[in-house]
Design a protein around this ligand. Structure first.
Ligand code: NDP
Length: 330
């Protein structure tokens, strides 16, 4: 028997709630690799999956959430993995449509796993998690579209959140001048410790677009917020600059004009971590191991255990989690 955070739905109220329960290996779903999980984490999506209505993501109950995990292969029917291998899993709708990482043991498809890169342990991999992995994908996409240090400040929105914190630390380490947008002024010292040199108050960018073009300010942007903030940022990009659209913490709408695309050659790059092809996953994890300073990663970490997760899920939906939560499932 082992521990897992199980979400059950109450048939009368139709609402789901989570509690730590004991289950056995026979209850795990089909899959060709069984992993002894060391750590998981909390992303915005985990907050949705833990919420009473499952955030529209969870299809079946009982459910084990946790969109990320890292651990050690215990049994494998796939040639690519053998017992003892360290692995990490993010995406593929694990923790949403399939049982996830809030458990001491998980059974999954080998195709979903990535070998843990040299230079990262399983705890560090979960300090990174989907949020950090996505931040790296965003930086890679911006670089692939010509962003280089020295072109001007790079904006990170939702800077004190998970994606934003990791993006800030990576960009600063690569030599970029980083401006962080936050709605929490009390996080300024934290953001400066990650390498941000400019702090922008959320209110400055949360207003509806009035002029399609404002002064050319940002050489690039990692945007975790979307909505009106993304629309404003598009009009503030330098000529030829790119925005990596990662998240919707501020809204799924995009009340923008096409003028920044037409007159300034601005690029809007979509970033998806869930269905990201294997080769680019490996590339991103290897870059994380080299380009994200581990002391800064450590400064973002808040430790937690399985029983903390219902509260943490509610907190992240309210934008109240700073940096990255690492869940020790054991
Ligand atoms: P967090 O909650 O950790 O971070 C989001 C941050 O956005 C908050 O910390 C806050 O930052 C800011 N924020 C929250 N609400 C608002 C608001 N109403 N207006 C403006 N800013 C706001 O979440 P994650 O970092 O894990 O995820 C960020 C976003 O990215 C989410 O929307 C998530 O769904 C998405 N995402 C997408 C992925 C993909 O594959 N494309 C993968 C991972 C995440 P501050 O307090 O500093 O203002």
């Amino acid at each position: 028997m082992f521990n897992a955070l199980i979400v059950n739905k109450d048939e009368d109220s139709g609402l789901a709630s989570a509690a730590v329960e004991q289950i056995d290996l026979d209850q795990l779903p089909e899959g060709n690799v069984t992993v002894a999980v060391d750590y998981s984490t909390v992303n915005y999506k985990d907050g949705l999956c833990l919420s009473p209505k499952g955030g529209g993501l969870v299809r079946n109950y009982p459910h084990i959430p946790g969109i990320d995990f890292a651990g050690t292969v215990e049994a494998s029917e796939d040639d690519r993995y053998k017992p003892g291998d360290k692995v990490v899993l993010t995406g593929w709708r694990v923790g949403e449509a399939y049982w996830g990482g809030y458990t001491q043991k998980a059974r999954v498809k080998a195709d979903w796993l990535v070998p843990l890169p040299a230079g990262l342990d399983t705890r560090q991999a979960m300090a990174v998690g989907t949020a950090g992995f996505t931040a790296m994908l965003a930086v890679m996409a911006l670089e692939d579209h010509g962003m280089k240090p020295g072109q001007g400040p790079v904006l990170v929105t939702g800077a004190a959140g998970g994606v934003g914190s990791v993006a800030t630390a990576i960009l600063a380490n690569l030599g970029y001048e980083v401006a962080g947008v936050t709605g929490r002024p009390e996080t300024e010292e934290y953001l400066r410790s990650l390498g941000a040199t400019q702090i922008v108050a959320r209110d400055e960018l949360n207003e509806t677009v009035k002029r399609p073009l404002e002064s050319e300010t940002w050489a690039g942007c990692v945007d975790a917020v979307g909505g009106e903030m993304l629309a404003r940022v598009l009009g503030q990009m330098k000529y030829g600059g790119s925005v990596a659209a990662v998240g919707l913490a501020g809204g799924a709408g995009l009340p923008a004009t096409v003028i920044p695309f037409l007159l300034r050659g601005v690029n809007l790059l979509g970033i998806d971590s869930v269905m990201q092809p294997y080769d680019n996953r490996v590339r991103a994890w290897e870059r994380l191991a080299t380009d994200l300073p581990m002391d800064k990663l450590e400064a973002m970490v808040k430790p937690a255990v399985l029983s903390d997760l219902p509260q943490l899920g509610a907190d992240i939906l309210k934008g109240q989690v700073q940096g990255r939560v690492v869940v020790d499932v054991n």
